[in-house]
Design a protein around this ligand. Structure first.
Ligand SMILES: Nc1ncnc2c1ncn2[C@@H]1O[C@H](COP(=O)(O)OP(=O)(O)OP(=O)(O)O)[C@@H](O)[C@H]1O
Ligand SMILES: [Mg+2]
Length: 320
């Protein structure tokens, strides 16, 4: 039975997963996210989906590492990012390609294939404000939060909360402090809303929830204290270390509920654990990077994801 893996094909998570899927007796099929960019043949013939000459309608499970979004193409020139001259044509192609892939995946889901994770649950775009909404609704503690493009509201929030951070709605950038120099640039925020939050001091926990089970929970440690640990060069250099953390049952249940309500079968959940014992939830990642934790601590994350994708781990998940 075929199991799809959608991604770049040369990523450690994808190759580790393909190996586990094989050892469970299934047949992994890599779908390259750049297949359409490379002009490889893909067709939908009378509702049958074909990839490089293979009929894929019998795919029973799919792991989504990431789907190319509908972005205008850009390149670096003289230290700045510039659009291609034919950016509009390329943007339209990107939009059509993204729609093709997402339609294919949700068609598979419609015929009851397991999608880890469904594209509408953050594999294409992240929906952090929705996640914060869900987290609060299920009873999890989240930082005090303002999501806004209104400099007046932001100034007020800063007065009330003093130590404030900001980060983009769709992720993908280092979290920064709302310090004096950022306050000077507040007018730029009118172009698009930004997430502002009270700064929570504490350990950075990464919880890996696969189906209903927590398969790994660690505190991420780096040599120097950074607001966002990814800002520490030793983290990207592989020098981070991890300390195992045991979650109380009530926090485990909140992780399960939040993932379910967000439509995620598998989630990398970021939590701040404060010295005075609070568990403050930040976000749920639909396709977290975890290989380093697996390698250093031996947590069997890939195996669990493979079992989930082939249908050997059941989970009651609300579909978005
Ligand atoms: N309110 C906050 N208080 C303290 N630290 C925070 C806060 N929000 C974010 N951070 C720090 O920044 C890191 C990144 O923030 P977050 O996990 O919310 O989004 P993200 O990882 O940037 O999103 P993505 O993974 O989609 O790029 C967190 O792991 C944490 O270390
Ligand atoms: Mg994060």
């Amino acid at each position: 039975m075929k199991i799809g893996i959608f991604g770049t094909a040369d990523e450690p998570i994808e190759s580790a997963l393909a190996k586990e899927i094989k050892s469970l007796g299934f047949d992994p099929l890599h779908i390259r996210a750049d297949a359409l960019d490379e002009g490889l043949p893909l067709s939908i013939i009378d509702n049958e989906y074909w990839y490089l000459g293979k009929n894929t309608n019998d795919i029973k499970g799919f792991y989504l590492r990431g789907i190319p979004g509908a972005y205008a193409p850009y390149m670096e020139k003289d230290d700045s990012l510039v659009l291609f001259d034919d950016w509009y044509t390329q943007y339209i192609h990107a939009r059509e390609k993204a729609s093709y892939f997402v339609s294919w995946l949700i068609a598979l889901q419609h015929q009851k294939a397991t999608l880890v994770n469904p594209p509408q649950a953050a594999s294409v775009l992240q929906y952090k404000p929705f996640q914060l909404h869900v987290l609060k609704a299920v009873g999890a503690e989240i930082p005090r939060t303002l999501i806004s493009n209104d400099p007046k509201a932001i100034k007020q929030f800063k007065r009330e909360n003093k130590d404030v951070i900001f980060k983009p709605i769709t992720g993908g950038a280092i979290t920064r402090r709302l310090d004096a120099s950022a306050m000077k640039n507040l007018d730029a925020v009118t172009y698009s809303p930004v997430i502002f939050q009270e700064c929570i001091d504490g350990d950075d926990l990464r919880v890996m929830l696969v189906g209903d089970e927590i398969v790994s929970c660690v505190a991420v440690k780096t040599p120097q204290q950074h607001l966002d640990f990814r800002d520490d060069p030793s983290y990207s250099g592989g020098e981070a270390w991890y300390e195992e953390v045991t979650l109380p049952p009530v926090i485990i249940e909140l992780c399960r509920k939040a993932a379910r309500e967000c439509g995620l079968l598998f989630a990398g959940i970021d939590i701040k654990k404060t010295k005075d014992g609070r568990w403050v939830f930040l976000e749920l990642n639909s396709s977290p990077i975890y290989i380093d934790v697996e390698f250093k601590l031996g947590h069997q994350i890939t195996k669990a994801i493979a079992e989930l994708t082939v249908g050997k781990r059941k989970v009651k998940t609300k579909t978005l």
